[in-house]
Design a binder for this molecule. Structure first.
Ligand code: TGC
Ligand code: FAD
Length: 394
């Protein structure tokens, strides 16, 4: 902090003056992403959600913005700080969790897997195009019978001469049916291995999952691998354990710690503005104590969640962030965001149930966010194990 002077007044959009804790560069990146969301997402996302689609050209625009794999070094990636990446996730998710998901899955799951565990050839082939949004990636870990417990996956990778044969099914895969390359995790005789499966590989098909009432502005798919033959050069050579996919999840979960607060902030701002304008009993509803209590609680959660995310961001930039820290952050901030969204929805009365306002869209989206990347229960158990030294998963 450079100045000891107190802010001249409280600003509802930044109650605790958290902006003062950011560098000029971090604020610039945040403002650029915020302006992009205001221009390219907010005006259209209600319609995308209603029509259950997300325009694919958005990937190219997000690439030009520089947010795809922005926290990775080299290969056309921006090499930004973890804090700058987190601030970007917050702004993207203030638009919609589906847009943040697109960026998370591309950068933190698919690109990170290649960047961290891939060969030099794989990095050169995929990362520059993925950073530009010219190639889309997906990350296939979950299966119909293996969600919270990915170690029980049934997808198998078997050696056949110098090739590998992949057989199995992946479920709930973001970007699955639009991806140019799928990162697929499979059990082998020698541990869990990752493979890069390009679109169009014989035996590899995808099917979009419909009837979702959450994360509708996002493609979610099933991946079917029917004896897919791949050369050994398609295998991520640097890992043979569940540590491979779980290390990628740390990156994406970190983005959600920030992103969830973006959704919460959008709900809070919608509720505050509505409460000041909507009149009942001859007064704005913002003048009633019960509504002020709700607004105060929302502001508190948004500010507390932002401080928590910033603290974890600073730890990540200092190289001291552990997965157990990220679990606490995801658990706290997604639960806080859900509470903010549910309260905001009530402040809006009947208008709270329409897509004319952003609140119910965020509220429904957050039901996916609390489930994917490790459910709230899974993260509570990670924290519980860190506290007690006793694992309670089994
Ligand atoms: P466990 O025996 O504890 O560990 C197996 C190996 O993995 C290592 N490990 C980790 N490594 C890096 N980061 C972590 N967070 C790690 N946690 C564990 C561990 O050291 C060991 O390594 P090694 O070398 O000794 O083999 O594994 P477990 O089977 O007991 O499971 C632990 C548990 C339950 C925490 C884990 O399986 C888990 O996190 N489950 C939740 C699954 C999940 O989050 N799936 C998400 C799928 S992707 C997704 O949802 C994308 S959503 C789209 C979007 O983000 O927008
Ligand atoms: P389950 O694991 O069956 O859990 C069901 C319930 O049991 C939950 O409440 C859970 O908390 C609880 N539970 C499970 N185990 C325990 C335990 N040991 N103790 C206490 N309670 C427990 N996956 C990918 O691989 N890639 C993706 O891109 C991806 N995108 C997704 C997009 C969307 C929109 C959604 C909804 C999911 C996505 N997923 C993706 C899948 C997601 O990661 C899983 O849904 C999640 O890990 C939970 O698995 P599950 O749904 O099988 O639930």
């Amino acid at each position: 902090m450079t100045s000891a002077a107190a802010p001249a007044q409280i600003r509802p959009e930044d109650y605790l003056a958290i902006d003062r804790l950011l560098s000029d560069e971090e604020r610039d990146i945040r403002d650029t992403v915020r302006a992009f969301v205001a221009d390219r997402v907010t005006p259209y996302v209600g319609e995308w959600f209603e029509e259950a689609r997300i325009p694919l050209e958005l990937a190219g625009e997000l690439g030009s913005l520089g947010v795809l794999g922005m926290h990775l070094q080299g290969y056309g990636c921006a090499g930004a700080s973890a804090t700058a990446y987190g601030l970007s996730c917050l702004e993207l998710e203030a638009g919609d969790s589906g847009v943040r998901s697109l960026v998370s899955v591309q950068g933190s799951l698919a690109m990170f897997a290649i960047w961290k565990w891939g060969s030099e050839e794989q990095k050169q082939e995929w990362l520059p195009r993925m950073a530009e949004g010219k190639a889309i990636g997906c990350f296939g870990l979950t299966e119909p019978d293996a969600g919270s417990d990915p170690g029980s996956m049934r997808t198998r990778a078997k050696r056949d001469g110098s090739d590998w044969i992949l057989h199995g099914q992946k479920m709930w895969i973001t970007n699955g049916s639009v991806a140019d390359v799928a990162v697929v995790w499979a059990q082998s005789d020698d541990g869990v291995k990752g493979f890069l499966v390009p679109k169009g590989t014989p035996g590899f098909t995808t099917q979009e999952i419909h009837k979702k009432l959450s994360l509708r502005a996002s493609v979610t798919s099933e991946l079917l691998l029917d004896d897919v033959r791949l050369p050994d050069s398609a295998r991520l050579p640097e890992v043979s354990s569940l540590r491979g996919p779980l290390s990628c999840l740390n990156e994406a979960r970190y983005g959600i710690v920030w992103g969830a607060i973006g959704a919460a902030r959008a709900c809070f701002e919608a509720a505050l503005s509505y409460a000041k304008e909507r009149e009942q009993f001859g007064k704005p509803i913002a003048s009633f104590q019960i509504q002020q209590q709700k607004l105060a609680k929302m502001a508190l959660e948004v500010n507390r969640g932002t401080l928590l995310a910033l603290h974890l961001g600073r730890m990540k930039d200092a190289g001291v962030l552990r997965p157990e820290h990220v679990s606490m952050g995801k658990l706290a901030n997604v639960n806080a965001a859900l509470e903010v969204a549910r309260n905001a929805r009530q402040v809006l009365g009947a208008n709270g149930v329409t897509l004319e306002y952003p609140v119910i869209r965020h509220m429904n989206n957050l039901e996916s966010v609390v489930t994917y990347e490790g459910t709230a229960d899974v993260h509570a158990l990670v924290v519980g194990e860190a506290l007690t030294g006793i694992g309670a998963f089994r």
